[in-house]
Write a protein that binds this ligand. Structure first.
Ligand SMILES: Nc1ncnc2c1ncn2[C@@H]1O[C@H](COP(=O)(O)OP(=O)(O)OP(=O)(O)O)[C@@H](O)[C@H]1O
Length: 568
């Protein structure tokens, strides 16, 4: 129980920050409920009183009934109920959207502090679940799990006090029974459905993963003739999820049935006791009907409780997964801004890196210095550690030991803004958005003119190709740039890089996927653009096929160890 509270606590604290909104929202729900009960009770009283007065007059017994006050009261409560419900819906939806923004802000805030290894360590479908389903589950928390039980409890107090004016004994019976009903609809429902609703989230997550794999790897599954095997896995997982859901459904139905039986029995008992009191002429007929109707009406506050509380386990599963993000990002580094006129030389001291899931370090005790405005090349075979070193230099990965210092500041400690303003990197895996060529280029510089876009496209030898496309710059590149060849995608990414003005540039395999003539063209353009910038090229081999312009230093990486080489 304590562990559950501990896990929910940070998210409840978010609600506490908005406590005024929360309380006003709950008050509006309560006012709507009370207006509904008053309308029901007063209407019952009025109809019964009118009928009895009519019968009395028909029998020749003198009788009198003021129809104006109760009639006015009925209109007042009917209006109040409608207005309160409208305002409550408006206000509480606004609260939920505000909460959603708080939740997303908190989760995205944690994500921005992750390094590359942590971000890539999770599957895309898992991130999708966390950013959509988990947050949505939590955002239901306020409207389904906090406000309704509070309003139901306050409703019980108000109704019991009201009934106690005429029938104190019956009011006590009602308060006790409704209290019991409250416990059944909240705590019992939550405890009973906890493991199943928790499992439901786990099952959905597994299903989502399997289905995303099936779609993304459909070509491989088909070529190895394993599509059927994978489909069977999905079907098995689906069956497991169905079975669990069925069990949860049965429990929910049982709790609902229990709530209906208890509330039904309570209504019968109240009417029975009230009729005994009526026989003793301690209470009038209209009051008896009014009490019976109010007791019937108050059940409304309990109807939705079991369905919400039986899913507490699902909220808990979502909270635990989101909490894992908070814990992971708690080692966040302080953020330091680089001043504008700082000398951006690169200095690497005793730098080592080991990924959490590996035994061997990817980088071992690396030392080198690159003066500002100079160009270097770091070579290494596949798996030697080039991309890892590039990520550490960019401050996207935290070194296990030692540090990479740029402009006198360890890169890991640099603010996102400083890195964006001063650094640029062409990675091996380029990311293009499902947008037009122009939109993909303008990510680097939203105000760049069409002329500027054509200029950088020319620098990467793509101008001719774009010119002959019917839609030119507005041609869509497809999801992840799938409508471009690998080499074209990399050149669009390189052109995008050339639209910014970084002082430190890291180019990981800049000529991969292009022929020798295009590589020479790119080298000439880069030579011009890289003027006065501090540059490191990462390549497998440094040869005539790899025309790296203006390089003055050459280091070689071998199994994470760096050694200096003579320039040929
Ligand atoms: N996210 C990761 N988690 C665990 N190990 C990793 C991760 N990324 C890289 N490694 C490991 O670190 C070592 C260096 O990898 P890295 O990608 O830096 O090499 P590379 O020289 O860039 O290779 P390539 O030229 O093939 O891209 C490899 O042994 C690799 O398996």
């Amino acid at each position: 129980m304590m562990a559950i509270y501990r896990d929910f606590r940070p998210w409840l604290l978010l609600l506490v920050r908005r406590r005024r909104r929360f309380l006003v929202g709950a008050l509006l729900v309560w006012v709507t409920l009370i207006a509904g009960l008053a309308l029901l009770g007063l209407s019952g009283w009025f109809i019964t009183a009118s009928a009895l007065t009519g019968i009395a007059l028909a029998l020749g017994i003198p009788a009198r009934l003021d129809v104006y006050v109760p009639g006015g009261g009925i209109r007042f409560f009917a209006l109040m109920r409608t207005v309160a419900r409208y305002v409550e819906r408006l206000y509480n939806h606004n609260t939920v959207l505000t909460l959603l923004a708080d939740l997303r802000y908190r989760v995205f805030g944690h994500l921005t502090r992750f390094d590359d290894a942590r971000l890539h360590g999770e599957r895309a479908s898992d991130w999708l679940s966390r950013l959509t389903a988990d947050i949505d589950t939590l955002d239901n928390f306020y409207l389904r799990l906090l406000v309704p039980p509070l309003v139901a409890l306050l409703g019980v107090v108000a109704v019991s006090l009201f009934v106690a004016i005429w029938l104190p004994g019956i009011a006590l019976l009602m308060a006790v029974t409704l209290g019991l009903l409250w416990l059944v609809a909240t705590l019992l429902a939550a405890a009973w459905g906890f493991s199943h609703s928790y499992q439901q989230v786990v099952d959905q997550q597994s299903l989502r993963r399997l289905v995303v794999d099936q779609v993304q790897a459909s070509a491989e599954l088909m070529s190895y003739q394993t599509t059927q095997w994978h489909r069977t896995m999905i079907a098995t997982q689906e069956q497991q999820a169905f079975n669990n859901q069925r069990r949860l459904g049965r429990k929910a139905a049982f709790i609902n049935c229990l709530v209906s039986v208890i509330s039904g029995l309570m209504v019968v008992t109240v009417v029975w006791f009230a009729s005994l009191v009526f026989n003793q002429q301690l209470v009038t007929g209209p009051v008896l009907v009014m009490v019976a109707l109010i007791v019937l009406g108050v059940n409304e506050a309990f109807i939705a409780l079991p369905a919400s509380f039986i899913k507490l386990g699902a909220s808990y599963a979502a909270v635990r997964r989101l909490n894992a993000l908070t814990i992971d990002s708690s080692s966040a580094a302080p953020v330091v801004m680089l001043t504008e006129d700082v000398d951006l030389s690169i200095q690497v001291n005793q730098l080592s890196l080991r990924y959490s899931q590996t035994l061997e370090p990817a980088l071992r005790c690396i030392n080198f210095q690159l003066p500002a405005g100079k160009r270097a090349v770091i070579t290494g075979s596949s798996g030697a550690g080039k991309s890892s070193l590039a990520s550490v230099l960019m401050g996207r990965l935290k070194a296990t030991q030692g540090e990479a210092v740029v402009g006198g500041v360890p890169t890991w400690h640099l603010s996102v803004e400083s890195r964006a303003n001063h650094f640029a990197m062409l990675t091996q895996q380029v990311d293009l958005f499902d947008a037009s060529i122009a939109e993909n280029l303008r990510i680097a510089n939203p105000t760049a003119s069409d002329e500027k876009l054509w200029e950088v496209l020319k620098a990467v030898a793509l101008d001719g190709w774009v010119e002959q496309l019917p839609k030119g710059l507005t041609t869509a590149v497809g999801e992840k740039g799938q409508q471009l060849s690998g080499g074209q995608g990399r050149r669009v990414a390189l052109a995008r890089l050339m639209l910014c003005s970084p002082q430190v540039v890291i180019l990981d395999e800049p000529f991969a996927g292009v022929d020798a003539a295009t590589a020479n063209h790119l080298a000439a353009s880069l030579d011009q653009w890289l003027l006065n910038r501090t540059v490191i090229f990462f390549v497998h081999q440094f040869s005539s096929l790899n025309p790296l312009p203006g390089v003055e230093y050459h280091w070689h990486l071998d199994a994470g160890k760096l050694s200096q080489c003579a320039l040929k």
